[in-house]
Design a protein around this ligand. Structure first.
Ligand code: SAM
Length: 282
């Protein structure tokens, strides 16, 4: 099977034929460089026969590079014109029938994915990158791993470890599902239009066993949000609202082997999870 990738001229011609002008609102910065989309697919180690989900396929640059490996793709696109056109582009470019399924929908709202994909690969719309990642990890337990391109600061935050300035609520929530790592940078010049931010690739691998049930996750995330809402305060203070008073918060923290004088940025996801379990009375 030979799939031919899209170049810069193809992308502009396709957009013009659809009367599409990239919009900021939908985070539409299309990749116009074949080496970059191949780099993303290589970083994700996509294998023939795997099923990949792509959020926001746009005009199809990255989609074709995933399909080129012999994997199949479920692609979720919110822009109807792009979603409608993608199967035709794939067929014209040598993609075998049945390898691509397009879901014309808002990725933030999908609750089912045809083919139960195990890998996520995407150049994410920047305005929703963290919520959409967390939504996918939470909603689709069959997703095992992924590599996504996001704004550099977001990638660094997702992969940040405790104790760093950029470690925040998204870092802890992402770590709930498994480890994250930075896996490459991307030049601004490969996008059309050229964005005014830098991008990085960030990858994750889901832990073999889920860390806890839905209740525990919600409780943990609530504590994480409270801790980082007042990140300069000591935890006994930052969590006093949740636990009723700072002395009640201190008692819970001590039972969870966490110093009441520590701050939100000092704690690992395990620490947060322990606090939630003590609160729950486990
Ligand atoms: N994958 C293409 C590429 O690399 O050239 C396009 C990437 S562009 C950064 C983001 C894409 O996500 C656009 O096609 C946009 O229409 C789509 N998008 C934006 N918000 C979305 C949402 N909530 N659900 C699904 N797709 C979305």
């Amino acid at each position: 099977m030979t799939v031919s990738l899209l170049g810069a001229t193809d992308i502009r011609r396709l957009a013009a034929s659809l009367d599409v002008t990239p919009t900021k609102k939908l985070g539409q910065n299309f990749v116009v460089d074949a080496n970059t989309v191949r780099k993303i697919v290589t970083a994700a180690a996509v294998q023939p026969g795997e099923r990949v989900v792509e959020i926001g396929p746009g005009l199809g640059s990255l989609t074709l590079a995933i399909l080129e490996t012999g994997a199949s793709v479920t692609a979720v696109e919110i822009d109807h014109r792009l979603a409608e056109r993608l199967p035709q582009t794939a067929a014209e470019r040598g993609v075998p029938e049945g390898a691509l399924t397009v879901v014309d929908a808002d990725a933030m709202r999908v609750t089912e994915l045809p083919g139960e994909p195990t890998v996520l690969v995407a150049n994410l719309p920047y305005n929703v990158s963290v919520p959409v990642l967390l939504h996918f990890l939470e909603t689709f337990p069959y997703l095992q791993r992924g590599v996504v391109m996001v704004q550099a600061e977001v990638a660094e935050r997702l992969a940040a470890k405790p104790g760093s300035k950029i470690y925040g609520a998204p870092s802890v929530k992402a770590a709930w599902y498994g480890p994250w790592r930075l896996c490459g940078n991307v030049s601004r010049q490969v996008f059309w239009p050229v964005p005014n931010v830098d991008s990085l690739l960030v990858g994750f691998e889901r832990d073999a066993a889920p860390r806890g049930g839905e209740d525990e996750r919600l409780r943990t995330f609530q504590i994480v949000d409270a801790a980082f809402n007042q990140r300069r305060k000591m935890l006994r203070q930052a969590l006093s609202g949740i636990f009723g008073s700072s002395s009640a918060a201190s008692a819970v923290l001590e039972s969870a082997s966490v110093a009441p004088t520590s701050r939100g940025e000092d704690l690992t996801v395990d620490d947060y999870h322990r606090i939630a379990r003590v609160q729950q009375g486990d």
